[in-house]
Design a protein around this ligand. Sequence first.
Ligand SMILES: *Cc1c(COP(=O)(O)O)cnc(C)c1O
Length: 390
Amino acid sequence: MVPLLDLKAQYEQLKQPINEALLRVAASQACILGPEVEQLERELAEYLHVRHAIGVSSGTDALLIALMALGIGAGDEVIVPTFSFFATAGCVSRLGGLPVFVDVDPNSFNINPQAVRGAITSRTKAILPVHLFGQAADMKALMDIHNETGIPIVEDAAQAIGTQTSDGARVGSIGMIGCFSFYPTKNLGAMGDGGLVTTNDDKLAERMMRLRNHGMEPRYYHSMVGGNFRLDAIQAAVLRVKLPQLPAWHQARRRNADTYNKLFVEHGLSTDMSRGFDSDNTVLTPAVVTDRSVGDYHIFNQYTIQSRNRDTLRTFLHKNGIGTEIYYPVPLHRQECFTNLKSSHSSFPIADSLCSTVLSLPIYPELAAHQIENVVETVAEFERTPRPAL
Ligand SMILES: *Cc1c(COP(=O)(O)O)cnc(C)c1O
């Protein structure tokens, strides 16, 4: 059995300090925001190389607050990649804005900066790149666009806490605002929901602090309409135990990715994704487009291969006790709730093709080498099994 993710293995490692942290919060009964959250915010600001880190209720709410702080509202356009988790576009619509979808790069799966340029109109109020699966989007090209047009960039770094760009900058510290998630499947996961917004801008930080608590300052005086987007102390206390482990966990995920890459090549099953499918290789392994001389260039929140027989491969792996997931089966522009959007009717061939070929394999830090071998050998066995031509 190789599960997609094993959160119990991580808890076992840290059981004692996590239990102590939980009891510390229980004894204090300071349950919402408070000293644990403030301490976590200081530690995360330092780790992420930003002036302000503000704990919030989820990654989704982080995106919502970021767009609220920038004043995104009715009719405003926000450019988003069509290959992402729903929240990236959902938060735009929730504010009355219009998500404008663009296609992604076939190697990194991240937003295509050239396509972003083509999508800009006089109503474009923000660009929302996603650092998908733990690899940085092309922030250099995107910041060039920002510098030419003044359009703010909000980074969806939900899957990429600690990821560095080829310039060595931490994602979430480059655009106007960074958004992070502590959903349990992310590299830094809480014991429930949680999120973070980051910025180097003092005014935006002040607005976001206020927005997370009903726009209230001072108590019971509301200069703007916010919401209840507060982080609770139990989540903060757990995250403070886990944060020091994060660099080692990133290391372990990278080592697992290297092991997969090596074994897939040894089995004659793959080439690097950047070379595309050819007749000999049936599986494409992830392309790392960031400069490898940088430390945390890819934190492998997901290790995502491509196969032209993805669905039958997935069924075969499941029958053999191997957990996988499809991130994502449907591009955002094809979601039913977005069919009324003008930009849904453009063509996005890369995202469409990825949605029919991508498959994420187990990559969590506690995964053993023999489990990775088991996964690759099972893929190899699938490839040896005769089946009707496509
Ligand atoms: C997880 C995720 C979110 C949302 O985070 P939650 O904490 O689950 O609300 C947003 N964007 C991306 C790309 C994500 O992976």
